[in-house]
Structure formats: structure tokens, C-alpha cells
Design a protein around this ligand. Structure first.
Ligand code: MN
Length: 428
């Protein structure tokens, strides 16, 4: 089935600001609370939010096999379970309804009143109930930088890294949408020259510039997903800030990997941009250095050209861009990650989230974490107000943005999160 929603020549009757991340060719999916405090599944064109529940009740999805309440839910999980064919039909239909030449909704004031909202009238929610969250470690530049800093520059990549998309299981309970602030975590740390650990606020709170993909029900227990089918089970992507406490991580991570350093919060952009919408921005993945085992050999363009940026904004201050990277730098692509994740028969379900791992590029201004940008604190990063950062300070806001551009622009909006001081229990 063709993706008519991607037609680059289509214009909409809605107002779309110039350079918007959300032209009519995007049509992302999200969940929001309306001005009447009703939760609904929606989409967005320009700065207009579209209530898909209302649109469905008014009959605009006639002819597409959807249950009556599919959009009247507080998560996208059931819609995602309906599968790729349905996602495509729905996106194509939304494109038709908002096409400049289609008068049906355009000229129906009463319908427009219940379907359309300004962004200031809605509150974005977490788009899916995340059953399981896995975080990969798939940027070669990032893994090399971290290996160089913490182990041995001569053997920066561990022997398995070029053969396996390395990952770990994270916690879904602390995945939060953009705008929800995060407290500086406390935990155990041990200074290099100290004999014993101490407890207290992390002194090295960091962001990780990542993207995450969201899956549909993919396989049953025991059944691997072949690499060439993996993309059929990927609904879409979001920006993903995987908050990290580097000092806690350094002390705790041997032998089983990161634990409390990583699971206090991960922030996501609230609109899921579908894999279909990203279709025009496909690029080749980097060439494998080692010959891969057959189940990881992927062919064709399985990566995507997505520009990524990170900004740090001090309280009441201006934003400074601290990093500019690209999703295409990922050594392991999403198909390889999903094929590897399921090769042992591990089931993947609707709403599962897979983090890419920190996306660092080849140059020092493209590194995806403060750990690398400040080279573990040795080279502080200058902000526009003259202050310096080795890591993230209390009341700083970290903002990540991402977009594709090639003739037209498909973007992700942003994930913006303020770091609050350590949590203080209220005095009774
Ligand atoms: Mn991570």
C-alpha cells in the first residue's frame, strides 16, 4: 500500500508556520488532555492539535477497520497493536481530510470546533504505556570515547562490541514526557583514591542524546524476528534523553552494568513520528568493521538522516547549543537491534521502547553527552552567559531537538527537562 500521506506536493488548509517540524507530511501520533480535561489520541499539523477520537466519532475514518473506541484511550498501545497496514490507512486518511482541496472538514465550522485545538489548550501525555524498555549502546564513537576515558585507549571497544548490538534492560516506570522536571538523584559514589564509598547527591548528572523506537506486538515467546522483517514491527520514533549519574555509574556498573545511575529518569518527546513519515530520509548505515553473523546482516538503507541538537539553558538564561549530532552515525541500526533482541526468542510487545544509546558523531562538537563534551570534566563547556558546565547543574534545562530536511522538513519537536535540586521531603 502506498504512503500517500508522504506526498511532498500536498498542501493543507490549516496554518503551518514556516520551518515547522509538523507539516502535513509528518502526521505524528500522541496522547493529550483537552481543554475539557478529556484524554484522547491525537495528531498534529503545524501548531494545531487534532483530536482523532472526535474525528473518528464524526465518521471521518469510515471504511477503515477500527474499533469505535480505538482513539478514545489514554495510550496508543491498542492502535499500535492494529499493525502497519492500519497505521498507514489512518495516516493517509488524515492527510486527505486536511488536504487544501478537501472541503469536508475545512468548511464545517461545527466539526472543526470539536476536532481542533491550539497547542496552549492541550497537555501532552506519555504516548504509550511502556511495558519494557531496553537501552542499546550502538554508537561506535560514543562507546570508543567512554572506553578511552574509563579503560584503555588502545582497547577502547570491548571485544564483543563489533559483533553484538550491546544493550541492557532499563526501567519503564521512570520514562516521562517532555516538561516533567527531574530531581538530582542521590546515591553511592566512591572517589578514585578513597577506600570507602559515600552517600549523597550525584555530582555528575548528565544527559544522553538518544532516539528511541516504539514497537508493536512482534513475536511470540521463542520466535526470533528475522532482520529483514524487523521494520514491520517498528511504529515510530521519539527523541530520548536518557538521564545519567556518571559518578554513581562508575562505582556500580561492574559486573552487571548500569543500575541506579540510569533508572531515575528518561525523558521523551511526546509526538511519535512514524517510520512511514521518515521513509524519504533513509540512508546507509556505516559499513561493519567485522563480518557480522548472518542474523545481523542487513541490506538496503536501514538508517535515517535525522539532525539532532542539544541545548543547555540556565535558569532565566538563554539556550546554548552544546551538541549537534545525527541519528545516521549509529553503527547498529534498529533492524539489527530488534533482530538481536529477539534472536533468543524474547517477545517484544506493543508499546515497548528501545533506546539507541548515546548518539555521538565523529567530531568533539557532535558528542552526545556532557561526559564526552567536557571530556569527564577536564574541558568545561562554555555557555552564552559566560558560565561553564562540566555536567548539568541544578535548575538547568536540557532541550533536545531533531528533524529531517530534504526538500521538506519532518521534525520531532523537542524534549525539554529541568533538573531540580535533590528531593527534600516535606516537613510534617
Ligand atoms: Mn542510555
Amino acid at each position: 500500500m502506498s504512503i500517500s500521506a508522504n506526498d511532498p506536493t500536498r498542501k493543507t488548509w490549516l496554518q503551518v508556520p514556516e520551518n515547522s517540524d509538523f507539516p502535513i507530511q509528518n502526521i505524528p501520533f500522541g496522547v493529550f488532555l483537552t481543554r475539557d480535561d478529556i484524554i484522547t489520541i491525537g495528531s498534529r499539523i503545524g501548531d494545531t492539535a487534532i483530536d482523532l477520537g472526535a474525528l473518528h466519532q464524526l465518521g471521518y475514518f469510515e471504511g477503515i477497520p477500527l474499533t469505535d473506541d480505538i482513539f478514545l484511550q489514554d495510550t496508543l498501545n491498542d492502535f499500535i497493536s492494529d499493525g502497519k497496514k492500519t497505521w498507514r490507512l489512518v495516516r493517509n486518511r488524515i492527510a486527505e481530510v486536511f488536504d487544501a482541496n478537501n472541503a469536508k472538514l475545512r468548511d464545517n465550522e461545527e466539526h472543526r470546533q470539536v476536532v481542533l485545538f491550539g497547542l496552549d489548550e492541550i497537555e501532552m501525555q506519555l504516548p504509550v504505556q511502556v511495558g519494557d524498555y531496553t537501552d542499546f549502546y550502538s554508537s561506535k564513537e560514543h562507546a570508543t570515547n567512554v572506553g578511552t576515558m574509563f579503560r584503555d585507549p588502545e582497547n577502547a571497544l570491548l571485544p564483543n562490541w563489533l559483533h553484538i548490538p550491546v544493550g541492557y534492560h532499563g526501567r519503564s516506570s521512570s520514562i516521562i514526557p517532555s516538561g516533567i522536571p527531574v530531581h538530582r538523584p542521590q546515591g553511592q559514589t566512591k572517589a578514585k583514591d578513597a577506600d570507602e564509598p559515600v552517600f549523597g547527591p550525584s555530582q555528575r548528572v548528565d544527559f544522553e542524546l538518544e532516539m528511541a523506537f516504539i514497537t508493536t506486538d512482534a513475536n511470540h515467546l521463542g520466535e526470533p524476528i528475522p532482520i529483514d522483517e524487523a521494520e514491520d514491527y517498528i511504529f515510530g520514533l521519539v527523541l530520548f534523553n536518557d538521564w545519567s549519574a556518571r559518578d554513581i555509574q562508575t562505582w556500580e556498573y561492574v559486573p552487571l552494568g548500569p543500575f541506579l545511575a540510569k533508572n531515575f529518569a528518561s525523558s521523551i518527546s511526546p509526538w511519535i513520528v512514524t517510520l512511514d513519515a521518515l521513509e524519504p530520509f533513509r540512508v546507509e548505515s556505516p559499513k561493519p568493521v567485522k563480518k557480522l553473523l548472518p542474523y545481523l546482516q542487513s541490506s538496503g538503507k536501514k538508517s535515517f538522516d535525522i539532525n539532532l541538537e542539544v541545548f543547555v539553558q540556565p535558569e532565566n538564561g538563554e539556550e546554548t547549543r552544546v551538541s549537534k549530532s545525527n541519528f545516521r552515525y549509529m553503527y547498529w541500526n534498529m533492524s539489527q537491534q530488534l533482530a538481536h533482541h529477539t534472536v533468543n526468542g524474547c517477545p517484544v510487545l506493543s508499546g515497548d521502547m528501545m533506546g539507541s544509546g548515546t548518539i555521538s558523531g565523529p567530531t568533539p562538537d557532535s558528542y552526545g553527552s556532557m561526559l564526552e563534551l567536557s571530556w569527564k570534566g577536564e574541558k568545561p563547556v562554555k555557555l552564552k552567559d559566560g558560565s561553564e558546565r562540566k555536567f548539568i547543574e541544578d535548575n538547568d534545562t536540557v532541550i533536545m531537538r531533531g528533524y529531517c530536511q530534504n526538500g521538506y522538513r519532518i521534525g520531532f519537536g523537542e524534549v525539554s527537562t529541568k533538573l531540580l535540586p535533590v528531593f527534600e521531603p516535606k516537613k510534617k
